[in-house]
Design a protein around this ligand. Structure first.
Ligand SMILES: [Zn+2]
Length: 83
């Protein structure tokens, strides 16, 4: 079910690319992006996008996406704790 990152992790990927994620989340995303064409394409296009456009995109994210991202982060953190 790696699609959970694609469907709810856009802002997470932005934080990942900005280098502001906790190390264990970063590692999880590294792993996912390496095996996911969609995320690889997103990462590449993000890196090619001027900062001002990224900010506009981030500001346009709907609040429910933020909620699902927080749920995703919580689930992810719990998964790491239980290992
Ligand atoms: Zn993906």
């Amino acid at each position: 079910m790696s699609d959970i990152v694609c469907s709810s992790g856009v802002e997470l990927l932005m934080d990942y690319l900005d280098g502001v994620l906790p190390p264990q989340l970063r590692a999880a995303l590294d792993e996912h992006v390496a095996g996911c064409q969609r995320c690889t394409a997103f990462v590449e296009s993000y890196r090619a996008t001027p900062r001002i456009l990224r900010d506009a995109t981030a500001a346009a994210l709907p609040p429910d996406l933020e909620v699902s991202l927080k749920a995703f982060l919580r689930a992810r953190t719990n998964a790491f704790r239980s290992r």
